[in-house]
Design a binder for this molecule. Structure first.
Ligand code: DAH
Length: 343
């Protein structure tokens, strides 16, 4: 009997199961009413009294170990779909999720990547507000009432007295930051903006921007250009080139618009870049001294650059999305495609 117990103990200790069915098979083999261990318990009755104590302890130990093994494997398969791999699963791995996890929205993925890229070169992240007063959205940014630049940004008014708007640009955050912080300032501000525009494949009444601002004693246009080149290469790949075209914004002087070499054809010409080889990604410039003064920063001592980009635009170029409305419809067939890039 001792030999049988020892043999079975060995079998129990080296037992592994590949499937739920195998666990059940061994439970029946060892522990069911007619199972091998139960039969040993029956035989135990006929064992001479002087051996009972020793053998009884061994038999109990065998039954407990067998039950433990069975429970252990049962539990393992309960949390899995019962396939082979799970029997040899990594016990230190996190638990199986009971609900299927979603993925990040492509705009969040791109926003996080922009934040990542700029934080690597010392930019902090600042938050602003979506309901803004006229001063922060327009006037402090050199865009007084009746200024033609206001026409470019069809504004949603929340109230007329006092004049409150849904911000049309994240440039408004610049003003808040400069009003409350002393230079050096180096920050980016991502957020939602609103414009009263007809919804189409290329425009929406709500979208997202990231504003960048750097103020210090010796900031030059060359710094701006180099920072944007670094950004373009990090976001779109090391071979990406940039070019700056002179432009106009009320709050920067000089101002420029920045193009990158087309992400699809690499500059050869295709229908994404309208056969020019270049696509526009952002506006930028040196902060107009008047804006610094408006925010009580000494424009004789400090200089700065600013830039602003649309997150949808960056995402469309990066992922070849042709219709901006897709970002707001939340069709899971569209969103699912970003599972692998979710961070
Ligand atoms: N706020 C501008 C827009 O919405 C973008 C922009 C251009 C921001 C130039 C800037 C800048 O900071 O310097 O079109």
């Amino acid at each position: 009997m001792l030999e049988k117990i020892n043999n079975l103990l060995h079998e129990v200790e080296s037992f592994t199961a590949q499937t739920r069915e195998q666990v059940e098979e061994y439970r029946i083999k060892w522990l069911s009413k007619k199972g091998e261990i139960s039969v040993l318990f029956d035989d135990f009755r006929t064992v001479p009294n002087e051996l009972k104590k020793d053998l009884g302890a061994k038999l109990n130990d065998l039954r407990n170990k067998a039950q433990e093994r069975i429970n252990e494997f049962k539990e393992k398969f309960e949390h899995s779909n019962g396939d082979v791999k799970s029997a040899t699963a990594d016990h230190t791995a996190p638990g199986y999720p009971t609900i299927q996890l979603g993925s990040r929205h492509p705009l969040s993925i791109v926003k996080n990547e922009i934040i990542d890229i700029f934080s690597r070169i010392g930019f902090t992240v600042s938050d602003g507000r979506e309901i803004e007063d006229d001063w922060h959205n327009f006037t402090a940014l050199n865009t007084p009432e009746n200024h033609p630049a206001r026409d470019m940004q069809d504004t949603f008014y929340v109230s007329l007295d006092p004049e409150m708007v849904l911000r049309t640009q994240t440039s408004s955050v610049q003003v808040h930051i400069m009003e409350r912080q002393k230079p050096p300032i180096r920050t980016i501000s991502p957020g939602r903006v609103y414009r009263n525009e007809a919804i189409s494949a290329r425009a929406h009444c709500q979208f997202h921007q990231v504003e960048g601002l750097y103020i210090d004693e010796q900031v030059s246009f060359a710094d701006l250009k180099q920072t944007l080149l670094y950004f373009a290469k990090e976001m779109f790949g090391a071979e990406t080139k940039i070019r700056l075209r002179p432009s106009y914004f009320p709050f920067t002087e000089p101002s420029a618009e920045v193009d990158i070499s087309c992400t699809l054809c690499g500059g050869k010409g295709c229908n994404v870049c309208k056969y020019s080889g270049w696509v526009e990604i952002l506006g930028c410039g040196m902060v107009d001294p008047q804006v610094l003064d408006n925010c009580k920063i000494d424009s004789n001592k400090f200089k700065g650059y600013a830039f602003g980009m649309g997150i949808e635009r960056i995402a469309m170029l990066k992922y070849q999305v042709k219709d901006l409305r897709l970002f707001f419809e939340n069709d899971v067939r569209f969103l699912k495609q970003f599972t692998s890039v979710s961070k």
